[in-house]
Design a protein around this ligand. Structure first.
Ligand code: DP6
Length: 325
């Protein structure tokens, strides 16, 4: 009745932004991501059959909104197990929370993994992806190793199947990811609220939906061919399109700082000079620079020198969430 699981965050190269349905948390688009080694969420769950309450403590603080979402996932797992029990959940991140570093993805991946293990039910990634998605649309991806696709199929339903899979294992095409911290403050408007605002108000939202699948298909081809330049162009394009949609929402969602833009420019300069590197940015001011391992040291040093950069964390491709034995 107790288990601990560990999950890495992931960073999307082809982004998820927008929900088909808010209540069921079905993403409106598919996505392609990298599961990152180096950063992790560690979650322990204790079940108590004498209780019906759930409580989630995140980095030492009770968190009511995360508790509400966690409860949705735990209810599904309890139903599958046929067990009624309240859950005490303790979760810690070894990186800044809610600052655009996909803490919700690793958080919900670790939660469902630990929850399933504590309840004694099938805890493999395919069995848990649909449950993780209820917690956070990007969370299923953190259940899988390496380079991961999360498809968007019309037939996907609220609690039904989720089509998520590793398309390239970590050692098949090793990539390095520099996570460039420009601020560790939590963002003002989180992804969930932000993407709803975009869906309702951005004049570019429909164009985002209409052009997204072609980007995803092309990026899948680039990974298959291990074509770094093609993946670089497609990833930056998806990132910039997502941010264009966010910026043109009402009110505008402007996640970048001056240091974010300076890092983007530095990455472009490096690529123009022949260094295989590209950037991506989620709903926050941090920049993730993806590069080939042989230039990792150079890219890290170059980005650490950019004005406003606080820290650069070097990551590689990691494994999907696992239960600690
Ligand atoms: C910009 O998965 O955090 O990081 O489903 O509402 O929990 P919810 O949103 P979330 O959104 C991630 C948005 C993104 C892009 C991505 O990871 O694909």
């Amino acid at each position: 009745m107790q288990a601990t699981a560990i999950a890495h965050p992931n960073v999307a190269l082809i982004k998820y932004w927008g929900k088909r349905d808010r209540d069921t948390n079905l993403p409106a688009v598919g996505s392609l991501s990298l599961t990152l080694s180096g950063l992790e969420t560690r979650t322990t769950i204790w079940l108590d059959k004498d209780s019906t309450e759930d409580q989630l403590v995140l980095n030492g603080q009770p968190d009511s909104s995360a508790t509400a979402r966690a409860r949705l996932c735990l209810d599904l797992l309890r139903e599958r197990a046929g067990i009624e029990a309240g859950a005490s959940v303790e979760s810690t991140n070894n990186f800044p929370t809610a600052a655009g570093l996909a803490s919700s993805a690793s958080g919900f991946a670790a939660l469902v993994k630990a929850g399933a293990a504590a309840l004694g039910i099938d805890a493999d990634a395919d069995a848990l992806a649909g449950v993780a998605r209820i917690g956070s649309g990007s969370a299923p991806r953190s259940l899988y190793d390496g380079i991961v696709v999360l498809e968007n199929r019309e037939s996907d339903t609220a609690t039904g199947s989720v089509h998520c899979a590793t398309i390239s294992a970590p050692d098949n095409w090793p990539l390095a990811v520099m996570v460039v911290i420009t601020s560790s403050a939590a963002k003002e408007i989180g992804s969930t609220e932000g993407m709803e605002l975009s869906r309702k108000t951005s004049p570019y939202y429909q164009a985002w939906l209409d052009t997204h699948q072609a980007d995803l298909d092309a990026a899948l081809g680039a990974v298959r061919e291990q074509d770094f330049d093609a993946l670089a162009e497609l990833s930056e394009r998806s990132c910039l399109k997502m941010h264009a949609v966010a910026m043109t929402s009402q009110t505008p969602l402007f996640y970048w700082s001056a240091a974010t833009v300076a890092c983007m420019q530095r990455v472009w300069e490096l690529r123009r000079s022949g260094v295989p590197v590209f950037f991506t940015i989620d709903a926050g001011p941090q920049v993730k620079a993806v590069c080939l391992p042989e230039v990792a040291t150079q890219v890290k040093a170059e980005l650490a020198r950019v004005q406003g950069v606080q820290d650069v964390i070097e990551c590689g491709l990691g494994q999907g969430a696992w239960v600690e034995s």
